[in-house]
Design a protein around this ligand. Sequence first.
Ligand code: GDG
Length: 492
Amino acid sequence: MALVNALPSDFSDGDLPKVPADAPAAGPRVWGEAGTGRVVIVSNRVPSPSEQGATAGGLAVALADATTKGSMWFGWSGRRVEETSEEASIVLSEAGVTFATIDIAERDYQRFYNGFSNGALWPLLHYRTGLLRFNRPDYQAYRTVNRAFARALLPLLRPDDLIWIHDYQLMPLGMELRALGVENRIGFFLHVPFVPPSFLQVLPPADELVAALSACDVIGFQTAADADMFLQNVTESLGVQPQRDGRYPYHGREVAVISTPIGIDAMKFVKLAERAALTPEAARLQESLSGRKLVLGVDRLDYSKGLPQRFDAYGRLLYAYPQHRRAVNFLQIAARSRQEVGSYQSLRRELDRRAGDINGEFSDFDWVPLRYMTHPVNRNALAGFYRRANIGLVTPLRDGMNLVAKEYIAAQDPEDPGVLVLSRFAGAADELTEALVVNPVDADEVAAAIHQGLVMSLEERRARHEALFRKVCHTTARRFCETFLAHLRVQP
Ligand code: GDG
Protein backbone atom coordinates (compact mmCIF):
# COMPACT_ATOMS: atom_id res chain seq x y z
CA MET A 1 0.00 0.00 0.00
CA ALA A 2 1.29 3.45 -0.88
CA LEU A 3 1.88 5.58 2.18
CA VAL A 4 1.72 9.29 2.76
CA ASN A 5 4.18 11.25 0.74
CA ALA A 6 3.52 14.80 1.73
CA LEU A 7 7.06 15.97 1.18
CA PRO A 8 8.13 18.21 -1.67
CA SER A 9 9.68 16.23 -4.50
CA ASP A 10 13.05 17.96 -4.04
CA PHE A 11 13.22 16.96 -0.38
CA SER A 12 16.70 15.80 0.44
CA ASP A 13 18.56 14.88 3.60
CA GLY A 14 19.14 18.04 5.58
CA ASP A 15 16.41 20.07 3.90
CA LEU A 16 13.17 20.62 5.70
CA PRO A 17 10.18 21.84 3.72
CA LYS A 18 9.79 25.57 4.19
CA VAL A 19 6.76 27.78 3.70
CA PRO A 20 7.26 30.21 0.84
CA ALA A 21 7.10 33.80 2.13
CA ASP A 22 4.12 34.54 -0.09
CA ALA A 23 2.24 31.35 0.73
CA PRO A 24 -1.52 31.94 0.69
CA ALA A 25 -3.34 31.58 4.00
CA ALA A 26 -5.37 28.67 2.65
CA GLY A 27 -3.75 25.29 1.93
CA PRO A 28 -1.26 23.41 4.09
CA ARG A 29 -0.24 25.07 7.33
CA VAL A 30 3.34 24.55 8.42
CA TRP A 31 3.97 24.49 12.15
CA GLY A 32 7.21 25.70 13.59
CA GLU A 33 9.44 27.33 10.98
CA ALA A 34 12.22 24.96 9.99
CA GLY A 35 14.99 25.29 12.52
CA THR A 36 13.07 27.54 14.89
CA GLY A 37 9.97 25.59 15.94
CA ARG A 38 10.22 23.95 19.34
CA VAL A 39 10.17 20.19 19.19
CA VAL A 40 8.90 18.48 22.34
CA ILE A 41 10.01 14.87 22.49
CA VAL A 42 8.20 12.60 24.90
CA SER A 43 9.51 9.15 25.76
CA ASN A 44 9.11 6.86 28.73
CA ARG A 45 12.68 7.28 29.90
CA VAL A 46 14.57 10.52 29.51
CA PRO A 47 18.34 10.32 29.62
CA SER A 48 19.79 12.94 31.94
CA PRO A 49 21.84 15.60 30.14
CA SER A 50 25.03 13.88 31.28
CA GLU A 51 23.83 10.48 30.03
CA GLN A 52 22.75 11.76 26.65
CA GLY A 53 25.04 10.60 23.88
CA ALA A 54 27.02 8.46 26.29
CA THR A 55 24.41 5.77 26.84
CA ALA A 56 23.74 2.56 25.01
CA GLY A 57 20.08 2.98 24.14
CA GLY A 58 19.04 3.10 20.53
CA LEU A 59 16.40 5.75 21.25
CA ALA A 60 18.78 8.20 22.88
CA VAL A 61 21.26 7.84 20.05
CA ALA A 62 18.64 8.16 17.33
CA LEU A 63 16.98 11.21 18.83
CA ALA A 64 20.17 13.16 19.47
CA ASP A 65 19.52 15.03 16.22
CA ALA A 66 16.02 16.11 17.23
CA THR A 67 17.15 17.46 20.57
CA THR A 68 18.76 20.65 19.44
CA LYS A 69 18.98 24.00 21.20
CA GLY A 70 15.56 25.17 22.32
CA SER A 71 13.89 21.77 22.16
CA MET A 72 12.47 19.90 25.13
CA TRP A 73 12.62 16.24 26.16
CA PHE A 74 9.91 15.12 28.54
CA GLY A 75 9.44 11.81 30.36
CA TRP A 76 10.17 9.68 33.38
CA SER A 77 13.19 10.52 35.53
CA GLY A 78 14.03 6.90 36.35
CA ARG A 79 12.98 7.49 39.98
CA ARG A 80 10.24 5.40 41.60
CA VAL A 81 8.66 7.19 44.53
CA GLU A 82 5.65 7.09 46.88
CA GLU A 83 3.42 9.38 44.79
CA THR A 84 3.68 10.27 41.09
CA SER A 85 4.81 13.90 40.58
CA GLU A 86 2.20 16.38 39.49
CA GLU A 87 4.78 18.80 38.15
CA ALA A 88 7.90 18.15 36.11
CA SER A 89 11.42 18.97 37.31
CA ILE A 90 13.25 21.04 34.75
CA VAL A 91 16.95 20.95 33.89
CA LEU A 92 18.45 23.03 31.10
CA SER A 93 21.44 21.31 29.53
CA GLU A 94 24.56 23.13 28.40
CA ALA A 95 23.43 22.52 24.83
CA GLY A 96 20.22 24.45 25.53
CA VAL A 97 17.90 21.44 25.64
CA THR A 98 15.25 21.45 28.38
CA PHE A 99 14.95 18.12 30.16
CA ALA A 100 11.63 17.86 31.97
CA THR A 101 11.00 14.76 34.06
CA ILE A 102 8.50 13.34 36.48
CA ASP A 103 8.90 10.63 39.12
CA ILE A 104 6.42 7.76 39.07
CA ALA A 105 4.80 6.01 42.03
CA GLU A 106 6.31 2.56 42.58
CA ARG A 107 2.90 0.83 42.59
CA ASP A 108 1.95 2.36 39.21
CA TYR A 109 5.36 1.84 37.70
CA GLN A 110 5.41 -1.91 38.29
CA ARG A 111 2.06 -2.35 36.61
CA PHE A 112 2.61 0.26 33.88
CA TYR A 113 6.11 -0.81 32.87
CA ASN A 114 6.71 -4.41 33.87
CA GLY A 115 3.00 -5.27 33.74
CA PHE A 116 1.21 -3.84 30.73
CA SER A 117 4.05 -2.34 28.63
CA ASN A 118 6.52 -5.20 28.86
CA GLY A 119 4.27 -8.04 29.96
CA ALA A 120 1.48 -7.50 27.42
CA LEU A 121 2.32 -5.00 24.67
CA TRP A 122 5.94 -5.98 24.04
CA PRO A 123 5.25 -9.71 23.51
CA LEU A 124 2.12 -9.01 21.49
CA LEU A 125 3.84 -6.54 19.17
CA HIS A 126 6.60 -9.11 18.64
CA TYR A 127 4.06 -11.77 17.68
CA ARG A 128 4.50 -13.71 20.95
CA THR A 129 0.92 -14.06 22.15
CA GLY A 130 1.92 -17.10 24.22
CA LEU A 131 4.01 -14.83 26.47
CA LEU A 132 1.33 -12.15 26.80
CA ARG A 133 0.15 -11.58 30.39
CA PHE A 134 -2.89 -9.34 30.60
CA ASN A 135 -4.80 -8.08 33.61
CA ARG A 136 -7.07 -5.10 34.12
CA PRO A 137 -5.14 -3.43 37.00
CA ASP A 138 -1.98 -3.35 34.85
CA TYR A 139 -3.88 -1.74 32.01
CA GLN A 140 -5.47 0.78 34.40
CA ALA A 141 -2.00 1.72 35.69
CA TYR A 142 -0.83 2.12 32.07
CA ARG A 143 -3.67 4.58 31.49
CA THR A 144 -3.00 6.32 34.83
CA VAL A 145 0.68 6.88 34.06
CA ASN A 146 -0.13 8.18 30.57
CA ARG A 147 -2.63 10.60 32.14
CA ALA A 148 0.00 11.74 34.65
CA PHE A 149 2.42 12.38 31.75
CA ALA A 150 -0.24 14.48 29.99
CA ARG A 151 -1.07 16.53 33.10
CA ALA A 152 2.55 17.30 33.90
CA LEU A 153 3.36 18.14 30.27
CA LEU A 154 0.36 20.43 29.73
CA PRO A 155 1.65 23.53 31.59
CA LEU A 156 4.98 23.32 29.78
CA LEU A 157 3.48 23.45 26.29
CA ARG A 158 3.44 26.46 23.99
CA PRO A 159 0.84 26.83 21.24
CA ASP A 160 3.24 26.21 18.32
CA ASP A 161 5.15 23.27 19.84
CA LEU A 162 5.39 20.11 17.81
CA ILE A 163 4.85 17.17 20.16
CA TRP A 164 6.61 13.95 19.21
CA ILE A 165 5.69 10.91 21.36
CA HIS A 166 7.79 7.75 21.30
CA ASP A 167 6.98 4.10 21.60
CA TYR A 168 4.58 1.55 22.97
CA GLN A 169 4.66 2.72 26.60
CA LEU A 170 2.91 5.95 25.57
CA MET A 171 0.23 4.91 23.07
CA PRO A 172 -2.65 6.73 24.88
CA LEU A 173 -0.70 9.93 25.54
CA GLY A 174 -1.88 11.80 22.43
CA MET A 175 -5.49 11.09 23.40
CA GLU A 176 -4.89 12.21 27.00
CA LEU A 177 -3.40 15.48 25.75
CA ARG A 178 -6.37 16.06 23.44
CA ALA A 179 -8.70 15.42 26.41
CA LEU A 180 -6.94 18.29 28.21
CA GLY A 181 -7.58 20.56 25.22
CA VAL A 182 -4.19 20.39 23.52
CA GLU A 183 -4.57 21.45 19.87
CA ASN A 184 -0.91 21.22 18.86
CA ARG A 185 0.29 18.91 16.13
CA ILE A 186 1.05 15.57 17.79
CA GLY A 187 3.16 12.81 16.26
CA PHE A 188 3.75 9.29 17.50
CA PHE A 189 6.53 6.93 16.42
CA LEU A 190 6.49 3.24 17.24
CA HIS A 191 9.97 1.73 17.54
CA VAL A 192 8.76 -1.87 17.59
CA PRO A 193 6.82 -3.85 14.94
CA PHE A 194 3.06 -3.75 14.54
CA VAL A 195 0.80 -6.78 14.17
CA PRO A 196 -2.25 -7.64 12.04
CA PRO A 197 -5.76 -7.50 13.56
CA SER A 198 -5.79 -11.26 14.19
CA PHE A 199 -2.96 -10.69 16.70
CA LEU A 200 -3.92 -7.28 18.08
CA GLN A 201 -7.43 -8.44 18.85
CA VAL A 202 -5.99 -10.89 21.40
CA LEU A 203 -5.44 -7.84 23.61
CA PRO A 204 -8.75 -6.88 25.26
CA PRO A 205 -8.25 -3.09 24.88
CA ALA A 206 -7.05 -3.37 21.25
CA ASP A 207 -9.77 -1.12 19.85
CA GLU A 208 -9.21 1.46 22.59
CA LEU A 209 -5.51 1.66 21.79
CA VAL A 210 -6.06 2.09 18.05
CA ALA A 211 -8.58 4.84 18.82
CA ALA A 212 -6.16 6.47 21.30
CA LEU A 213 -3.34 6.53 18.74
CA SER A 214 -5.71 8.10 16.24
CA ALA A 215 -5.75 11.26 18.37
CA CYS A 216 -2.30 11.97 16.85
CA ASP A 217 -1.83 13.76 13.54
CA VAL A 218 1.02 11.58 12.31
CA ILE A 219 1.68 7.97 13.29
CA GLY A 220 5.04 6.62 12.17
CA PHE A 221 6.35 3.07 11.83
CA GLN A 222 9.73 1.57 11.03
CA THR A 223 8.64 -0.21 7.84
CA ALA A 224 5.90 0.03 5.22
CA ALA A 225 4.70 -3.42 6.32
CA ASP A 226 4.20 -2.23 9.93
CA ALA A 227 2.35 0.86 8.75
CA ASP A 228 0.15 -1.29 6.55
CA MET A 229 -0.55 -3.58 9.48
CA PHE A 230 -1.67 -0.63 11.57
CA LEU A 231 -3.99 0.56 8.79
CA GLN A 232 -5.61 -2.88 8.72
CA ASN A 233 -6.32 -2.42 12.43
CA VAL A 234 -7.83 0.99 11.79
CA THR A 235 -10.40 -0.71 9.58
CA GLU A 236 -10.94 -3.57 12.03
CA SER A 237 -11.08 -1.52 15.25
CA LEU A 238 -12.58 1.76 14.10
CA GLY A 239 -14.56 0.70 11.03
CA VAL A 240 -12.73 3.37 9.01
CA GLN A 241 -11.32 2.67 5.55
CA PRO A 242 -8.02 4.57 5.13
CA GLN A 243 -7.13 6.10 1.78
CA ARG A 244 -4.49 4.51 -0.39
CA ASP A 245 -1.96 7.13 0.76
CA GLY A 246 -2.35 6.06 4.42
CA ARG A 247 -4.56 8.93 5.58
CA TYR A 248 -7.84 8.53 7.38
CA PRO A 249 -10.35 10.85 9.01
CA TYR A 250 -10.93 10.55 12.73
CA HIS A 251 -12.99 12.81 14.99
CA GLY A 252 -12.91 15.71 12.56
CA ARG A 253 -9.16 15.59 11.91
CA GLU A 254 -7.03 13.74 9.43
CA VAL A 255 -4.51 11.18 10.62
CA ALA A 256 -1.47 10.40 8.45
CA VAL A 257 0.25 7.01 8.74
CA ILE A 258 3.82 6.95 7.47
CA SER A 259 6.86 4.70 7.50
CA THR A 260 10.24 6.18 8.24
CA PRO A 261 13.07 3.83 9.20
CA ILE A 262 15.29 4.80 12.09
CA GLY A 263 19.05 4.91 11.63
CA ILE A 264 22.33 5.82 13.26
CA ASP A 265 24.82 8.67 12.96
CA ALA A 266 26.91 6.60 10.56
CA MET A 267 29.93 8.88 10.20
CA LYS A 268 30.18 9.39 13.95
CA PHE A 269 30.13 5.62 14.38
CA VAL A 270 32.81 5.15 11.72
CA LYS A 271 35.11 7.45 13.67
CA LEU A 272 34.23 5.78 16.95
CA ALA A 273 35.07 2.36 15.50
CA GLU A 274 38.35 3.51 13.99
CA ARG A 275 39.46 4.91 17.33
CA ALA A 276 37.96 2.05 19.33
CA ALA A 277 40.10 -0.48 17.51
CA LEU A 278 42.95 0.96 19.60
CA THR A 279 41.23 0.70 23.01
CA PRO A 280 42.59 -1.63 25.71
CA GLU A 281 39.40 -3.72 25.51
CA ALA A 282 39.79 -4.24 21.76
CA ALA A 283 43.45 -5.16 22.29
CA ARG A 284 42.51 -7.69 24.98
CA LEU A 285 39.85 -9.22 22.76
CA GLN A 286 42.29 -9.44 19.88
CA GLU A 287 44.88 -11.15 22.03
CA SER A 288 42.37 -13.60 23.47
CA LEU A 289 41.32 -14.72 20.00
CA SER A 290 44.85 -15.95 19.13
CA GLY A 291 44.25 -15.28 15.44
CA ARG A 292 40.87 -17.02 15.34
CA LYS A 293 37.90 -15.59 13.51
CA LEU A 294 35.20 -13.85 15.54
CA VAL A 295 31.44 -14.21 15.27
CA LEU A 296 29.74 -11.48 17.30
CA GLY A 297 26.22 -10.98 18.64
CA VAL A 298 25.19 -7.84 20.55
CA ASP A 299 21.69 -7.57 21.95
CA ARG A 300 19.67 -6.70 24.97
CA LEU A 301 18.86 -9.98 26.69
CA ASP A 302 15.37 -10.20 25.19
CA TYR A 303 13.34 -13.08 23.79
CA SER A 304 12.61 -11.08 20.62
CA LYS A 305 16.30 -11.29 19.70
CA GLY A 306 16.27 -15.03 18.98
CA LEU A 307 19.23 -15.88 21.20
CA PRO A 308 18.42 -19.54 21.96
CA GLN A 309 17.94 -20.19 18.25
CA ARG A 310 21.19 -18.34 17.53
CA PHE A 311 23.11 -20.52 19.99
CA ASP A 312 21.62 -23.59 18.33
CA ALA A 313 22.68 -22.33 14.91
CA TYR A 314 26.24 -21.87 16.15
CA GLY A 315 26.16 -25.40 17.51
CA ARG A 316 25.00 -26.57 14.06
CA LEU A 317 27.91 -24.69 12.47
CA LEU A 318 30.44 -26.51 14.63
CA TYR A 319 28.74 -29.82 13.99
CA ALA A 320 28.15 -29.52 10.24
CA TYR A 321 31.31 -27.58 9.29
CA PRO A 322 34.04 -29.11 11.46
CA GLN A 323 36.71 -27.03 9.72
CA HIS A 324 35.60 -24.11 11.91
CA ARG A 325 36.22 -25.93 15.18
CA ARG A 326 39.14 -24.30 16.98
CA ALA A 327 39.24 -21.70 14.17
CA VAL A 328 36.40 -19.51 15.34
CA ASN A 329 35.00 -17.94 18.52
CA PHE A 330 31.47 -16.75 19.08
CA LEU A 331 31.09 -13.84 21.50
CA GLN A 332 27.53 -13.02 22.51
CA ILE A 333 27.04 -9.82 24.49
CA ALA A 334 23.54 -10.04 25.92
CA ALA A 335 23.13 -7.07 28.23
CA ARG A 336 20.59 -7.84 30.95
CA SER A 337 17.31 -5.97 30.68
CA ARG A 338 13.86 -6.07 32.31
CA GLN A 339 15.00 -8.62 34.87
CA GLU A 340 11.84 -8.02 36.93
CA VAL A 341 9.74 -9.66 34.21
CA GLY A 342 9.44 -13.45 34.57
CA SER A 343 9.90 -14.30 30.88
CA TYR A 344 13.26 -12.49 30.92
CA GLN A 345 14.47 -14.47 33.94
CA SER A 346 13.60 -17.77 32.30
CA LEU A 347 15.30 -16.70 29.06
CA ARG A 348 18.48 -16.12 30.98
CA ARG A 349 18.37 -19.59 32.52
CA GLU A 350 17.71 -21.11 29.11
CA LEU A 351 20.70 -19.34 27.58
CA ASP A 352 22.95 -20.38 30.46
CA ARG A 353 21.97 -23.97 29.79
CA ARG A 354 22.40 -23.85 26.00
CA ALA A 355 25.76 -22.10 26.25
CA GLY A 356 26.85 -24.82 28.67
CA ASP A 357 25.65 -27.52 26.27
CA ILE A 358 27.64 -26.12 23.34
CA ASN A 359 30.79 -25.54 25.35
CA GLY A 360 30.45 -28.95 26.98
CA GLU A 361 30.14 -30.57 23.57
CA PHE A 362 32.84 -28.78 21.59
CA SER A 363 35.36 -27.14 23.98
CA ASP A 364 38.97 -28.20 24.00
CA PHE A 365 41.47 -27.64 26.82
CA ASP A 366 42.69 -24.48 25.06
CA TRP A 367 39.57 -23.40 23.16
CA VAL A 368 36.11 -22.40 24.37
CA PRO A 369 33.83 -21.96 21.35
CA LEU A 370 31.17 -19.70 22.88
CA ARG A 371 31.64 -16.75 25.20
CA TYR A 372 28.49 -15.27 26.57
CA MET A 373 28.23 -12.30 28.89
CA THR A 374 25.22 -10.53 30.38
CA HIS A 375 26.78 -7.28 31.54
CA PRO A 376 26.99 -4.42 29.06
CA VAL A 377 30.26 -3.26 27.55
CA ASN A 378 30.96 0.42 27.03
CA ARG A 379 30.13 1.92 23.67
CA ASN A 380 33.75 2.55 22.64
CA ALA A 381 34.77 -1.01 23.30
CA LEU A 382 31.65 -2.23 21.53
CA ALA A 383 32.57 -0.33 18.38
CA GLY A 384 36.03 -1.92 18.47
CA PHE A 385 34.50 -5.38 18.92
CA TYR A 386 32.24 -4.84 15.89
CA ARG A 387 35.25 -3.87 13.82
CA ARG A 388 37.17 -6.97 14.81
CA ALA A 389 34.25 -9.32 14.13
CA ASN A 390 34.33 -11.36 10.92
CA ILE A 391 30.62 -12.05 11.24
CA GLY A 392 27.96 -9.77 12.75
CA LEU A 393 25.20 -12.16 13.78
CA VAL A 394 21.87 -10.31 14.02
CA THR A 395 19.07 -12.86 14.10
CA PRO A 396 16.01 -11.54 15.97
CA LEU A 397 12.73 -13.42 15.65
CA ARG A 398 11.13 -9.98 15.25
CA ASP A 399 12.62 -6.53 15.52
CA GLY A 400 11.29 -3.08 14.71
CA MET A 401 14.54 -2.07 13.03
CA ASN A 402 17.70 -3.29 14.85
CA LEU A 403 20.38 -0.67 15.13
CA VAL A 404 23.09 -3.21 15.91
CA ALA A 405 22.96 -4.31 12.24
CA LYS A 406 23.60 -0.73 11.13
CA GLU A 407 26.32 -0.12 13.73
CA TYR A 408 28.08 -3.31 12.65
CA ILE A 409 28.19 -2.15 9.02
CA ALA A 410 29.39 1.35 9.97
CA ALA A 411 32.16 -0.09 12.16
CA GLN A 412 33.81 -2.23 9.47
CA ASP A 413 37.16 -1.56 7.87
CA PRO A 414 36.12 -1.03 4.22
CA GLU A 415 39.38 -2.63 3.05
CA ASP A 416 38.71 -5.86 4.95
CA PRO A 417 35.09 -5.85 6.08
CA GLY A 418 33.17 -8.50 7.98
CA VAL A 419 29.89 -10.04 6.85
CA LEU A 420 26.46 -9.28 8.29
CA VAL A 421 24.13 -12.26 8.81
CA LEU A 422 20.70 -10.73 9.25
CA SER A 423 17.25 -12.04 10.12
CA ARG A 424 14.59 -11.41 7.52
CA PHE A 425 12.30 -10.47 10.43
CA ALA A 426 14.31 -7.40 11.47
CA GLY A 427 13.01 -4.13 10.01
CA ALA A 428 16.61 -3.53 8.89
CA ALA A 429 16.30 -6.40 6.41
CA ASP A 430 14.01 -4.24 4.26
CA GLU A 431 16.96 -2.04 3.42
CA LEU A 432 20.07 -4.13 4.10
CA THR A 433 19.46 -6.64 1.34
CA GLU A 434 23.18 -7.24 0.64
CA ALA A 435 23.54 -8.91 4.04
CA LEU A 436 23.21 -12.70 4.19
CA VAL A 437 19.51 -12.70 4.99
CA VAL A 438 18.26 -15.72 6.94
CA ASN A 439 15.26 -17.19 8.67
CA PRO A 440 16.40 -17.16 12.32
CA VAL A 441 14.43 -20.26 13.33
CA ASP A 442 16.24 -22.43 10.78
CA ALA A 443 19.48 -23.43 12.53
CA ASP A 444 20.82 -25.11 9.38
CA GLU A 445 20.20 -22.04 7.25
CA VAL A 446 21.83 -19.72 9.78
CA ALA A 447 24.80 -22.09 10.18
CA ALA A 448 25.20 -22.20 6.38
CA ALA A 449 25.16 -18.38 6.24
CA ILE A 450 27.81 -18.09 8.98
CA HIS A 451 29.93 -20.60 7.05
CA GLN A 452 29.39 -18.67 3.81
CA GLY A 453 30.46 -15.47 5.54
CA LEU A 454 33.54 -17.06 7.08
CA VAL A 455 34.83 -18.35 3.73
CA MET A 456 33.66 -15.43 1.57
CA SER A 457 36.21 -13.87 -0.77
CA LEU A 458 37.58 -10.43 0.04
CA GLU A 459 36.15 -9.13 -3.23
CA GLU A 460 32.60 -10.21 -2.37
CA ARG A 461 32.89 -8.95 1.20
CA ARG A 462 33.97 -5.54 -0.06
CA ALA A 463 31.18 -5.37 -2.64
CA ARG A 464 28.50 -6.28 -0.12
CA HIS A 465 29.90 -3.91 2.48
CA GLU A 466 30.11 -1.01 0.05
CA ALA A 467 26.44 -1.36 -0.87
CA LEU A 468 25.37 -1.75 2.78
CA PHE A 469 27.49 1.14 3.98
CA ARG A 470 25.94 3.43 1.38
CA LYS A 471 22.49 2.54 2.73
CA VAL A 472 23.48 3.02 6.37
CA CYS A 473 24.85 6.46 5.45
CA HIS A 474 21.63 7.31 3.65
CA THR A 475 19.00 6.32 6.22
CA THR A 476 20.62 8.06 9.15
CA ALA A 477 19.22 9.12 12.53
CA ARG A 478 19.20 12.66 11.22
CA ARG A 479 17.20 11.76 8.17
CA PHE A 480 14.77 9.83 10.35
CA CYS A 481 14.16 12.85 12.59
CA GLU A 482 13.92 15.30 9.72
CA THR A 483 11.54 13.14 7.71
CA PHE A 484 9.22 12.54 10.63
CA LEU A 485 9.20 16.17 11.71
CA ALA A 486 8.66 17.36 8.15
CA HIS A 487 5.49 15.28 8.01
CA LEU A 488 4.44 16.54 11.42
CA ARG A 489 4.97 20.18 10.48
CA VAL A 490 2.72 20.11 7.47
CA GLN A 491 -0.95 20.28 8.34
CA PRO A 492 -3.18 19.46 5.38
C1 GDG B 1 14.23 -0.76 20.06
C2 GDG B 1 13.60 -1.71 19.03
C3 GDG B 1 14.75 -0.44 17.21
C4 GDG B 1 23.32 -3.22 23.14
N1 GDG B 1 24.11 -3.87 24.01
C5 GDG B 1 24.99 -2.97 24.46
C6 GDG B 1 24.73 -1.74 23.84
N2 GDG B 1 23.70 -1.93 23.04
C7 GDG B 1 23.11 -0.88 22.17
C8 GDG B 1 23.36 -1.16 20.71
C9 GDG B 1 22.23 -0.37 20.06
C10 GDG B 1 21.11 -0.44 21.10
O1 GDG B 1 21.71 -0.79 22.34
C11 GDG B 1 20.10 -1.52 20.77
O2 GDG B 1 19.27 -1.08 19.73
P1 GDG B 1 18.43 -2.12 18.85
O3 GDG B 1 17.82 -1.33 17.74
O4 GDG B 1 19.33 -3.17 18.34
O5 GDG B 1 17.37 -2.81 19.80
P2 GDG B 1 16.34 -2.36 21.00
O6 GDG B 1 17.07 -2.00 22.23
O7 GDG B 1 15.40 -3.51 21.15
O8 GDG B 1 15.58 -1.07 20.44
C12 GDG B 1 14.49 -1.83 17.81
C13 GDG B 1 15.21 0.54 18.29
O9 GDG B 1 14.33 0.55 19.41
C14 GDG B 1 15.31 1.95 17.75
O10 GDG B 1 14.11 2.33 17.14
O11 GDG B 1 15.75 -0.56 16.22
O12 GDG B 1 13.88 -2.65 16.83
O13 GDG B 1 13.38 -3.00 19.60
O14 GDG B 1 22.58 0.99 19.89
O15 GDG B 1 24.64 -0.72 20.36
N3 GDG B 1 25.45 -0.63 24.06
C15 GDG B 1 26.48 -0.73 24.96
N4 GDG B 1 26.77 -1.88 25.61
C16 GDG B 1 26.08 -3.02 25.39
O16 GDG B 1 26.37 -4.06 25.98
N5 GDG B 1 27.22 0.36 25.20
